[in-house]
Design a protein around this ligand. Structure first.
Ligand SMILES: Cc1cc2nc3c(=O)[nH]c(=O)nc-3n(C[C@H](O)[C@H](O)[C@H](O)COP(=O)(O)OP(=O)(O)OC[C@H]3O[C@@H](n4cnc5c(N)ncnc54)[C@H](O)[C@@H]3O)c2cc1C
Length: 452
């Protein structure tokens, strides 16, 4: 989930975390004779946050399709504190408030990060069945019409004014039906049917694996406010392993894109790395799911748009996707709502590109780029990982990282610290062989740090 966004500070000019401009500016209000029918497929954070906005527009009839109303998405469930305020989440949604984080290197060197957190700052740990249920119910309470059904096919005309046809299997009545809509938003995750119907193209994906492990109350105390992140070739060749505290158990997991068939071997290594801390634990649930590696080639096509994982909005390096799902859902919902209100008709592809895609990219694409670079550099070799863990001991790195993660914007940059950080980053890049000069022979991270 969280990770080193500190390079943003070092790279100076990035504006990754500027808030997108508000979408519902002063729109001219008009009442339509017939409501615009918008379908949202998927009742996860992205779909529900889109549906919540759409349902509040009197000119829109919003239908939300969800195949499983009590879905427990395989997920670490970590969310930044800003999401709680921004999405008005009640405190009961948060199982645990993580205020400490251990980053553990391939040689088991531990660095405590999160030391700069203020008393009111934390990473919220949620159970997805609770979070998703809350957001979905809220959208329904605003007027979204929920259909408990598996969407089988979505027919999106690629041009012109034709209707979007959705074929679905109604899970409560054991029947198949079709419905027509003016517009569709796909919040149906990594295996999106809406994306398929749009010919939106494929993305590469990682496989993330998680075991929920019930440990004794005594062992649980250790993880009271603490999450752990493990890096090393053993736990993942290109990602990190984690132990996240849940309300009465821990989630232990890892992920990989470069060697997906070996995911169980990496998970075994994860269990071994934290063996003493989870000793005597009982596995109560095993779960795995794809995580998108990058945006889909197309995110809006004629009268259809993708949000959340369906669009590919998970950051590399950290694997964070919940906030970006909720945010993109909200932004797409706001864009559709604004265009319908202003024009009295269904949004076009060009309008949605202007009102949803561009603001989203302006706000977040530098984040994706920087975290992609960080993952390529720091998760490549054990030497690079050791250097990275060492670098995270810096108080400045921690402050910038947490501020970036928790508030989705860079705060309080200090030019001198930034410069020092730039040198440290370059040193780590060299150790990770990403910028290796021809005669570079740095192999010992500590020795290399001294030489910088
Ligand atoms: C193991 C793991 C750990 C993770 N840990 C974290 C973390 O700690 N923090 C974080 O921020 N991110 C994490 N992520 C990423 C995060 O889970 C996703 O980015 C996020 O869930 C995306 O939300 P979404 O609404 O776009 O899609 P989803 O959460 O996948 O929701 C899609 C919804 O659509 C429904 N649906 C799908 N297909 C259909 C269909 N055909 N018909 C009807 N309904 C359908 C599904 O039932 C589901 O409710 C993790 C991912 C994995 C796999």
């Amino acid at each position: 989930m969280i990770f080193a966004v500190f390079a943003l500070a070092a790279f100076g000019s990035c504006n990754a975390f500027h808030s997108p401009r508000p979408q519902l500016q002063r729109a001219t209000r008009m009442t339509l004779e017939a409501k615009v029918k918008v379908a949202v497929v998927g009742g996860g954070p992205s779909g529900s946050c889109a549906a919540e906005i759409l349902a509040q527009n009197p000119n829109i009839e919003c239908t939300l399709f969800e195949r499983k109303m009590d879905n427990a998405k395989p997920c670490g469930g970590a969310i930044p504190v800003c999401m709680i305020e921004e999405f008005k989440l009640p405190s009961e949604i948060i199982d645990r408030k993580v205020r400490k984080m251990k980053l553990i290197s391939p040689t088991n060197r531990e660095v405590d990060i999160g030391q700069t957190l203020l008393p009111h700052e934390y990473i919220g740990m949620t159970r997805r069945e609770v979070l998703d249920g809350y957001l979905r119910d809220r959208a329904i309470s605003y007027g979204a019409k929920a259909i408990n059904a598996l969407v089988l096919d979505v027919n999106v005309p690629k041009s012109g004014d034709g209707k979007v046809t959705i074929t679905y299997a109604d899970t409560t009545q054991n029947s198949q039906s079709k419905m027509e809509f003016d517009y569709v938003i796909g919040g149906d995750g990594a295996n999106s049917r809406v994306a398929k119907g749009m010919d939106a193209g494929e993305y590469n994906y990682a496989i993330a694996f998680q075991e929920r492990i019930k440990i004794s109350d005594e062992k649980m105390k250790f993880y009271e406010e603490l999450a752990e992140m493990y890096v090393g070739d053993d736990v993942s060749p290109d990602f990190y392993g984690w132990v996240f505290p849940k309300y009465d158990h821990v989630g232990v997991g890892t992920g990989t894109v470069v060697n997906r068939p070996a995911i169980k071997q990496y998970q075994k290594a994860m269990r071994e790395r934290c063996a003493a801390k989870i000793e005597g634990g009982k596995i109560i649930k095993v779960e795995a799911h794809p995580i998108p590696e990058h945006y889909r080639p197309k995110r809006v096509v004629n009268h259809a748009a993708l949000v959340g994982d369906a669009a590919g909005y998970v950051t590399k390096c950290s694997g964070e996707g919940i906030y970006f799902a909720a945010k993109s859902g909200r932004m797409a919902g706001q864009a559709v709502s604004k265009i319908v209100t202003e024009t009295g008709r269904v949004p076009t592809q060009a309008e949605m590109t202007r009102e949803y895609i561009k603001p989203y990219d302006n706000a977040y694409s530098p984040t994706y780029v920087v975290l992609d670079i960080l993952q390529r550099v720091f998760y490549t070799t054990n030497a690079a990982r050791e250097a990275f863990v060492e670098m995270c001991a810096s108080e400045y790195v921690q402050r910038v990282t947490f501020n970036s993660y928790l508030y989705k914007k860079v705060q309080g940059n200090n030019p001198i610290e930034d410069l020092k950080l730039l040198f440290l980053t370059i040193g780590s890049l060299i150790r990770g062989n990403a910028l290796a000069p021809p005669d570079a022979t740095f192999s010992n991270p500590t020795e290399s740090l001294k030489r910088l």
